[in-house]
Design a protein. Structure first.
Ligand code: APR
Ligand code: PHB
Length: 391
């Protein structure tokens, strides 16, 4: 098998890249180790930055998003039983975000790819990337029990944090930057209309809580829990009681309960692998970097990477110049580190570390009061949340 761009992984990064390349007249093959149902049902975050919304629309993948997605013009910060709304359009010159689940983005892109794109092979596991620093890189993979080789001009590793692509960058050329957090998120899906029309980020002495949503009738809620917590150890009524405690306000706001249809625990980490390119191998999305979910940046970063790669390759095809491909890693990393900073700030602003001192507790409250009383501080949050421009 041979193609121009071999794409490993059919998460949002790989799927959107295949679509962007198809639109630019560049052929690709996508290899995905899991089956279609698995990819389409994996629960992930659901906030699309303004730039991500624009890219999906321009790629012809925004039709259902525009019909079913919920435009959000702000979020609420809740702390010390008080509520403070951050108004995105007013602070950013009209920018907002869209609530539309990552699984839905993946479903839309898979349907388009199968209808009019290049090959997308499910249950095709990449085993290794070879010859990354030669003119003809290859992906060895196994599909339906048979080993095969995909010969490429370029390989893009969109295979997530646990993938194989990153391993093809020699250790002597790699640098990694990492931070793990001593807590995770217990996330639930519940068949109940969201109790607030915007997302609520709550700071509480007992830990962080987040109210989010999937649709007007499905709520998504999270609780900060100790690292290593087993989701099944939490009874449904205990989850609701804890959510109620952490969201409590002085003005009598009520949290609506409903049947919990899913629960799981997500670990929290920050991670960056530099560089994001080695020869003709490019890393995109979670394969190169992880952010804690507090700022909802994971999917949006993946989109920024593949937009940068598609532009760079199109430029090379049109002009013969590899200038933008050569700049890929540096271009992406600028934005990646801004998102790392933003996600770290949001995480440390809102979570209670198990070893937090009384001094740190007071500082957190001072940071929240500052956000609630300074337009400059609020603008910084609003700009970060609605997203940094794609390079
Ligand atoms: N061969 C083929 N496919 C693989 C392999 C492999 N060896 N290893 C992993 N994959 C697939 C996974 O099954 C998954 O479908 O690569 C895909 C990677 O997708 P994601 O993990 O969704 O990563 P990405 O596309 O970069 O999207 C980033 O996903 O993890 C969230 O919060 C993150 O929202 C962000 C987004
Ligand atoms: C979600 O809806 O899953 C979600 C929303 C906002 C976040 C993280 C996750 O910051």
């Amino acid at each position: 098998m041979r193609t121009t761009v071999g794409i490993i992984g059919a998460g949002p990064a790989g799927l959107l890249l295949a679509r962007l390349l198809h639109n630019a007249g560049i052929d690709s093959v996508v290899l995905e180790s899991r089956d279609r149902a698995y990819v389409e049902h994996r629960q992930r975050a659901g906030i699309l930055e303004q730039g991500t919304v624009d890219v999906l629309r321009a790629a012809g993948a925004g039709e259902r998003m525009d019909r079913e997605g919920l435009r959000h013009d702000g979020i609420e910060l809740r702390y010390a039983k008080k509520r403070h709304r951050v108004d995105f359009p007013a602070l950013t010159g009209g920018r907002s975000v869209m609530v539309y689940a990552q699984t839905e983005v993946c479903k839309d892109l898979i349907a388009l790819q199968l209808k009019e794109g290049g090959p997308l092979l499910f249950e095709a596991e990449a085993l290794a990337v070879e010859g990354a620093d030669t003119g003809s890189p290859r992906v060895r993979f196994r599909h339906e029990g048979v080993e095969d080789v995909l010969e490429c001009d370029y390989v893009v590793g969109c295979d997530g944090f646990w993938g194989v692509a990153r391993k093809a960058v020699p250790a002597a050329l790699s640098r990694t930057f990492e931070r793990t957090y001593p807590f995770g998120w217990l996330g639930i899906l519940a068949d109940v209309p969201p109790s607030h029309d915007e997302l609520v980020y709550a700071h509480h002495d007992r830990g962080f809580a987040l109210l989010s949503m999937r649709t007007p009738t499905v709520s998504r809620l999270y609780l900060q829990v100790p690292e290593g917590t087993d989701a099944e150890a939490w009874r449904d009524e205990d989850i609701w009681a804890e959510l109620e405690r952490r969201f409590e306000t002085a003005d009598g706001w009520r949290l609506q309960r409903g049947p919990i249809t899913q629960k799981s625990v997500t670990p929290m980490r920050s991670y960056v692998h530099e560089p994001m390119r080695h020869g003709r191998l490019f890393l995109a999305g979670d394969a190169a970097h992880i952010v804690p979910p507090t700022g909802a940046k994971g999917l949006n970063l993946a989109v920024g990477d593949v937009v940068t790669f598609a532009r760079a390759l199109t430029y090379e095809k049109e002009t013969g110049s590899a200038e933008l491909l050569d700049a890929y890693s540096a271009t992406c990393l600028g934005r990646v580190w801004q998102a790392e900073r933003f996600s770290y700030d949001m995480t440390t602003l809102l979570h209670r570390a198990p070893d937090a001192t009384a001094f740190e507790d007071r500082l957190q409250l001072a940071r929240l009061e500052r956000l609630a009383s300074s337009r400059a501080a609020e603008t910084d949050l609003a700009e970060g949340y609605t997203g940094f421009p794609f390079g």
